[in-house]
Design a protein around this ligand. Sequence first.
Ligand code: ATP
Ligand code: MG
Length: 442
Amino acid sequence: MYLSKLFIPLLKENPSEAKIKSHQLMLKTGMIKQSSTGIYSWLPIGFKIMKKIEKIVREEQNKIGAQELLMPTIQSAEIWKESGRYDDYGEEMLRIKDRQGKDLLYGPTNEELITEIFRSSVKSYKSLPQILYHIQWKFRDELRPRFGVMRCKEFFMKDAYSFDLDDDKAKESYNKMFFAYLNTFKRLGLTAIPMSADTGPIGGDLSHEFIILADTGESKIYADKRIFDIDINEHQNNQPSINNLRRKYDNFYAVTDDKFKKEDFTSKVNKNNQLTTKGIEVGHIFYFGDKYSKPLKCSVDLKDGKKVYVKMGSYGIGVSRLVGAVIEAKFNNNIMKWPESISPFDVVIIPSLQKKDDLNFEKSKKIYDFLKNSNIDVLFDDTEDHLSAKFKKFDLIGIPYQIIIGSKSGENQFEFKEINGKTDILTIEEIKNKLNKKINSN
Ligand code: ATP
Ligand code: MG
């Protein structure tokens, strides 16, 4: 893609309405545009990054055998009346009427709808376990939408639902999801800490929030620092088993505000290991047994003919919030560096083109064509901005690698720079191999 053709409405000034860096950067680099309070359009660069995050989320769900489906954004109020949540959910729920006067709503979450799908399709214990998920827009009329995509009214979420026969099996599904989440966040270049959490309006007795540390986060957290040292790769060969490894996390105190008790914190955590800080919730998982299956009469027949209510859990990841969360975690000293797995382009070619420098243009174009033909997603800055202005711009856009065609580049050797990192002088073949290696490792 040529930069001159890219739809990227950059702002010259810092947007004054934005209080945190992710919101500022997303507006400034034209990733999003507010359409009304708490509702955004996703412009090409922002959308591309969100789609890459979605892809990683999807791959990690598929890896544990979860199956993707797609439920609508608009739901009938009937099933919410059956579960009792139509009244409980309050003003966060956007309620709508159709022309026949039928009560509808824009889904804030999908426990009811998925239970309805399940109860009408599955009758026998033989069909269990199941994990179903979708990635869909949600609407919550948040009291105070703020911080850009972090807390908005309309947001993109992956929500999964597990169905099992008994508590033990259901907790196994919960634990599978627990590690799928840790792997997902790791692939996004984030360290997310699972914290035991309150279950809130979803209900139930077992719940973890996945939090990444950031000063601008809305969640206050209290943790034993040693929880950061647990190696999630340990469970790969089932050594120790997934359930035992999950218990390792339980050994370390890590809670959010709602569950915090000062006495517990000071008695359970040695002073040197106490960490009190703030974070961003990027995922939340719940086990709630038959809280929804019972009122919605979602049962299956056992071998002996008895009926049991299925045991359910639900699991959410804030896909759109993650775009902002990655920025909060990675934006430093006015430089953004997207993790390679989700960067808007793999590499950018930055020629010095001030005086309509045909030679540099031709050289750049050759490199561009070569990399493009090697399946590398490359951006070519064909504008005539001053080189220093270009660098400033790319510090914000955050493409992880730059090929600079200027005084230091020779006939066949070019400056290859890692944003906020080191510079090498490499041939085009070496650049291609380096980039391909990085792309394939994501
Ligand atoms: P919060 O406490 O931040 O309101 P929640 O507990 O209400 O979150 P869940 O219902 O568990 O959130 O939703 C799953 C995930 O969806 C959250 O972990 C978060 O990443 C994301 N999310 C929730 N509400 C919003 C919102 N208003 N804007 C953007 N993302 C959101
Ligand atoms: Mg909420």
